[in-house]
Design a protein around this ligand. Structure first.
Ligand SMILES: Nc1ncnc2c1ncn2[C@@H]1O[C@H](COP(=O)(O)OP(=O)(O)OP(=O)(O)O)[C@@H](O)[C@H]1O
Ligand SMILES: [Mg+2]
Length: 199
C-alpha cells in the first residue's frame, strides 16, 4: 500500500449530495449459485427502477470479468480479490447516490462481510439478497451449460460442485427462485426499498 497519499475531502458533505440529487445511494448485493437467477432478477429490477427514473446501475459478474477483473481467475484468492474490488466499486457508486445492483456468486461469507463493512463504515446502506435455489434446480436450468462441464471435470473450482458456497445467515431479503417468479422477486425488493425510503 502507498504511504505518500492523503485523502481529499469531498466538495459537498455526505448529507448534501443525496439532498441535491433527490436520491440516496444503496448497494443491493445479490448472492447465490450460478443459475440461481441473480442476473435475471437484477436486470428486471434495473429496468423497473430506470422506468421510475431512478439513477440505477448493475455490476454483473461476467461483464466485470471482461474488463476491470479480467486478470482474475476462479481460485479462492482470485475470488476474494474479485469481490474486494466489486465491494469498493459498488461503494463508490452508492456514494454517488446510485442504486447499485451487484450480481456475483460471491460464495464466501467473509468476502461479503468485507463489502458490507466497507459500505457501513461509509454510512452507506448494504442490502444482501440471497437468490436461493437448490443445486438440483440450478443444475437442471444450466443456461450456460456450465454445470454439465463442471460435472465432466472440464471446469475446476466450480461453485456448488467443486468449490464451496456459503449461504448468507441473515440476508435482508431471501428469494427462493424455485418458488417465486421474477416479477414477484422484483416486487419484494422494490417493497423493501420503498419501506426504507430509497425509492
Ligand atoms: N424465479 C426465477 N428467477 C430468476 N431466474 C429464473 C427463475 N425461474 C427460472 N429462472 C431461469 O434461471 C436462469 C437464471 O440464470 P441467471 O443468468 O440469471 O443466473 P445467475 O445467478 O446470474 O448465474 P451466474 O452466476 O452464472 O451469472 C435463467 O435461465 C432464468 O430464466
Ligand atoms: Mg449472472
Amino acid at each position: 500500500m502507498s504511504t505518500n497519499i492523503t485523502f481529499h475531502a469531498g466538495s459537498v458533505s455526505a448529507e448534501e449530495r443525496p439532498t441535491l440529487l433527490s436520491q440516496k445511494g444503496v448497494t443491493i448485493w445479490f448472492t447465490g449459485l450460478s443459475a440461481s437467477g441473480k442476473s435475471t432478477i437484477a436486470c428486471a429490477l434495473e429496468q423497473h427502477l430506470l422506468h421510475l427514473h431512478k439513477f440505477t446501475y448493475r455490476l454483473d459478474g461476467d461483464n466485470i470479468r471482461f474488463g476491470l477483473n479480467k486478470d482474475l481467475g476462479f481460485d479462492e484468492k482470485s475470488r476474494n480479490e474479485n469481490i474486494r474490488r466489486i465491494g469498493e466499486v459498488s461503494k463508490l457508486f452508492a456514494d454517488a447516490c446510485c442504486i447499485t445492483l451487484t450480481a456475483f456468486i460471491s460464495p464466501y461469507r467473509a468476502d461479503r462481510a468485507v463489502a458490507r463493512e466497507l459500505h457501513e463504515k461509509a454510512g452507506l446502506a448494504f442490502v444482501e439478497v440471497f437468490v436461493d435455489a437448490p443445486l438440483s434446480v440450478v443444475e437442471q436450468r444450466d443456461p450456460k451449460g456450465l454445470y454439465k462441464k463442471a460435472r465432466a471435470g472440464e471446469i475446476k473450482d466450480f461453485t456448488g460442485i467443486s468449490a464451496p458456497y456459503e449461504a448468507p445467515e441473515s440476508p435482508e431479503i431471501h428469494i427462493k427462485t424455485d418458488e417465486c417468479d421474477v416479477t414477484e422477486a422484483v416486487r419484494r425488493i422494490t417493497a423493501y426499498l420503498s419501506e426504507k425510503s430509497f425509492i
